[in-house]
Design a protein around this ligand. Sequence first.
Ligand code: PMT
Length: 405
Amino acid sequence: MNPSLIVLGVTGCIAAYKSAELLRLLQKQGYEVQVVLTEHARNFVTPMTLAALSRRRVITTLYQQEQRDEGPQEVAIEHVQLPQAASALVVAPATANCLAKFATGIADDFLSTLYLATTGPVIVAPAMNVHMWNHPSVKENVGRLRSRGVILVDPEEGYLAEGIEGKGRMADLETIVSAVVNAARGTRDLAGETVLVTAGPTCEDIDPVRYLSNRSSGKMGYEIASAARTRGATTILVSGPTQLPPPAQVQCLKVRSAEEMRSQVLRHFSEATIVIKAAAVADFKPASRSGQKLKKGQAPPHLSLVPTPDILAELSNRTHGQILVGFAAETERVLENARKKLAAKKLDLLVVNDVTQEGAGFDGDTNVVTMLTAEGSEIPLGKRSKRDMAHAILDQVVALKKRHA
Ligand code: PMT
C-alpha cells in the first residue's frame, strides 16, 4: 500500500467543478491523488484538467482499451488493485445515484466497482438538491452507508445551484480534506492485530418473556469494531442483543446473557492482541430462571439476584501480553470510582463516561469520556461522535502498543 495515495471519485453534479480545487488541497497535504470520474461527471469537469493537475491518467471506464488520450499513461491500475494500493477513497461530490449504488452494491462502472473492492476508509461528501437530500430513499441509503463505516461529510445549508436556500450544498473543501486526512492517518496502523470488542447490553432472563437488562444500544462498541477493521485489524465483535447491523468485514458473534458473552470472549481471547470491553454487562442475574411465564394474580414473586461473572476481571488474570481496555459507566464520584476499577481489573486503559451527562453514554450518537491509563495519565475527550471517539480510543491503544513494544 502507498500511504500517500488517495483515490478521488467524482460523480456527476454541478459541485464536480470543485474537484480540481479539492485535488490541489489534498496534494498540499502531501498526497498523490488518483482521480476516477464517472461518465456523468465528465459533463461537468474534463479528464484533461484533472489529469494535468494530478499528473496521472484519469480513470473514466472499467475497460482500459476504451480510454483515449486523457493524460499521461504512467500507471496501469485495475479496480481491484487500486483500493489495495490507496490509503483512502474519497467521493466528492457524491450524487444520490452514487449513494444508492454504494448502498445496494450495484457495480456498473469503475467507481462503484472500486468501492466494493475497497477495504480501507471511504469518505463520501454528498451534494444534491435539498428535496433529494431529504428524500426517505436517500436518508435510508445514507443510514446504511454510515452503519457500514462509511464516513459521511454531510452537505451544508446554503444557496443551491437551482437558486434556492437549503441543505444540499457540498461541504466546505477544508472539512472534506480534514475528514480524509483523519481517516487516512490511521490507515492500517492496526494491521496484523486481532481486536476483540464487546458491545451492547446483556439480557438476564427471569422467565421466557421477561428479563433484566440496561439501556446500551451497542453503538459505542460497534463503532470501535468498525474503526478497528478500517484500520486493518482482524476484528471480532461479541455483541449482546442490539438493533444494529453487523459492521462490514467484522466477525460478529451474537450472545444474550453475561454467561454467553463470557464463553465467547474466553473462546477468542487467546487469538486477540487487543481487547476492548465496551459492553454493558449485567452485574446481577436472577438466581433462577422460571421455565414458564410467571403468573400474576398471586403475590408478586420475590426476585433473588446473584452476581454474574466479571469477564474483564477474569481476563486480567489470564492475559498474556494483550492490551486490555475497559469502559466504566459512572454516575457519581466518576474519576474516583473509575480509578479503582482501572486498578482492580489491572487494565491498560479505562474509558470512563459519566452517563448522567448530556451527550454521553447510552444510546445517542455522541459520547463524552475521559481515558485513564495504567501509567496515571488522564485524557479528557470532549463531546464527539461515537465514531470519532472510537478512533481517538484506538489512537491511544496504538500509542500504548508502541510503548509496550
Ligand atoms: O452501547 P451504547 O448505547 O453506545 O452505550 C455505550 C456505553 C455507555 C454502554 C459504554 O460507553 C460503556 O460505558 N460501557 C461499559 C458499561 C459498563 O458496564 O460499565 P461498568 O462500569 O459496569 O463495567 C466496567 C467494565 O467491566 C466494562 O468494560 C464492562 O464491559 C466490564 N464488565 C462489567 C461487568 C461484568 N460482569 N463483566 C464485565 O466484563
